[in-house]
Write a protein that binds this ligand. Structure first.
Ligand SMILES: [Zn+2]
Length: 469
């Protein structure tokens, strides 16, 4: 096979395909790896992985290669699908008509849900363009509490693993064109094509424990990494890490002992265009002395590793959302410095009320931490109703039970008081604000919640008496 021929079938190449899937933020195209037919033949694999990654892309805000805005993640809310942007904000895909009825005077009364003013204006503009007269009778504000429990993740399966193997092979072909065309790789290529799906056992691509073999830390926060290596053991290997968290090992083939070599590609899915999107680095000789792809323990059905990796990724997403919230909050909060104490407190509370998700997160965190740290068995049942009332309530208008709603208000007031007090000394830095939406905030909120809770228990032992503030 010539080094310019298709690595799969030997036909002349010329197709310009993404080395790394465009849907995951890949911006580079390659010539000289695939022929047009093979490239098209893999579009179903590419589509499957892209679809599975759609939720992560949405939460992280990855812009597709052809498109100026990130897709939204999709959450189930009250049985309907609703979008979530990378700041955690619920977004309808478009204005939604939820009711329409004729009025006595011959007009039509419509109830329409919108996410923001832009969507409202778009909707009204569309009606007007058809010659209709539109007036707004009433506006209602409704907050919606979403958490990751609303966002359905579906990830894994043989097709996705084959696609990950195919992507890793692209990088081998890019780095070592001759190696990628050796017949020792035929079995692996058949696996990618789905021809050896049942025969390929153990699978040559699998979820990888983080300690499978060491891999440099990602260069980009939510970066993807592809490490291709020829190890001294004679194995041609890859480690694939998606979004800096989800790890896979790929074992392409074994060769007679060859010089070891390892090359890392760091890909930034948040970069707008080349050259900022990809960094190639050669790992020094001796880095991979004894790398051996150890077969996966527990089989593909052992998903504990996957679950914890996804949980870790979602935590990273939450931390980033918190940072974005702080960046939005800082100028507004700091503008209240010069107000009088009481006015400042009310202003801070009303600013925080725009971010109910942040306070809810702190309340949940405080309650979970407390519930987990209680060792006295007889005290544990007391926590149960508190934990329960904070779970998402699909029957409630804003997704929260009434007691939870009251707790969030209470917590907002407590947090506002602390922040307003600090603001009386001058502006708050971004780092300090970060503490208020993390550990420090959780302890402030915990104190307010538990004081109120103990008072409620003291009165009649029930949870119901939570008042607002
Ligand atoms: Zn081909």
């Amino acid at each position: 096979m010539n080094i310019n021929d298709c690595i799969f079938c030997g036909a002349p190449t010329g197709s310009r395909e993404h080395t790394f899937p465009a849907a995951l933020g890949g911006r580079r195209v390659n010539k000289g790896i695939l022929c047009g037919d093979c490239n098209n033949g893999f579009s179903a694999l590419d589509a499957e992985l892209s679809e599975q990654m759609r939720q992560f892309n949405g939460l992280i805000g990855v812009r597709p290669d052809r498109g100026d805005r990130p897709h939204l993640a999709v959450a189930d809310f009250e049985g309907e699908s609703i979008g979530v942007d990378h700041t955690g904000r619920p977004m309808l895909h478009a204005a939604r008509v939820v009711g329409e009825e004729p009025t006595a005077d011959g007009h039509t009364l419509m109830r329409v849900m919108v996410s923001d003013e832009r969507q409202a204006q778009q909707f009204i503009g569309k009606l007007r363009s058809t010659g209709q007269t539109v007036t707004i009778e009433r506006r209602e504000h409704r907050s919606v509490h979403l958490d990751t429990g609303h966002i359905h993740m579906q990830f894994g399966g043989e097709v996705a693993l084959r696609e990950i193997g195919r992507v890793a092979l692209n990088f081998v072909a890019h780095e070592w064109p001759e190696l990628a065309r050796k017949r020792e790789l035929d079995a692996f290529k058949n696996y990618v094509k789905g021809l050896e799906a049942s025969a390929a056992s153990p699978s040559p691509v699998w979820w990888s424990p983080t300690d499978a073999f060491p891999i440099p830390v990602p260069k980009f926060h939510f970066g993807h990494q592809i490490l291709v290596a020829v190890a001294k053991s004679g194995q041609l290997l890859a480690r694939v890490r998606l979004f800096g968290t989800l790890d896979f090992t790929v074992h392409f083939a074994d060769f007679p002992v060859r010089d070891e070599s390892a090359v890392m590609f760091d890909i930034d899915p948040e970069a707008d265009h080349p050259p900022d999107d990809l960094v190639r680095s050669t790992l020094g000789i001796g880095v991979a002395p004894n790398w051996v792809a150890r077969p996966m323990v527990g089989g593909l059905s052992d998903l504990d590793h996957l679950k914890s990796a996804i949980a870790q990724l979602l935590n990273k997403v939450s931390a980033r959302q918190n940072m974005l919230v702080c960046e939005a909050l800082a100028p507004r909060l700091n503008a209240t410095c010069l107000l009088g104490d009481s006015e400042r407190f009310h202003e801070v509370a009303s600013i925080l009320a725009d971010y109910p998700g942040v306070v809810l997160f702190l309340v949940r965190h405080a309650v979970r931490t407390a519930a987990q740290s209680i060792t006295e068995v007889e005290l544990q049942p007391l926590f149960e109703p508190l934990v329960q009332c904070l779970l998402p309530d699909p029957t409630a208008a804003n997704g929260l039970s009434e007691p939870a709603d009251a707790l969030v208000s209470l917590a907002t007031q407590a947090l506002a008081l602390s922040i307003a007090t600090e603001l009386s000394q001058g502006a708050i830095s971004l780092a300090r604000l970060g503490e208020f939406v993390n550990g420090l905030g959780a302890s402030i909120v915990a104190k307010a919640v538990f004081d109120q809770w103990l008072r409620a228990l003291g009165s009649n032992g029930e949870l119901e008496p939570f008042g607002r503030g």
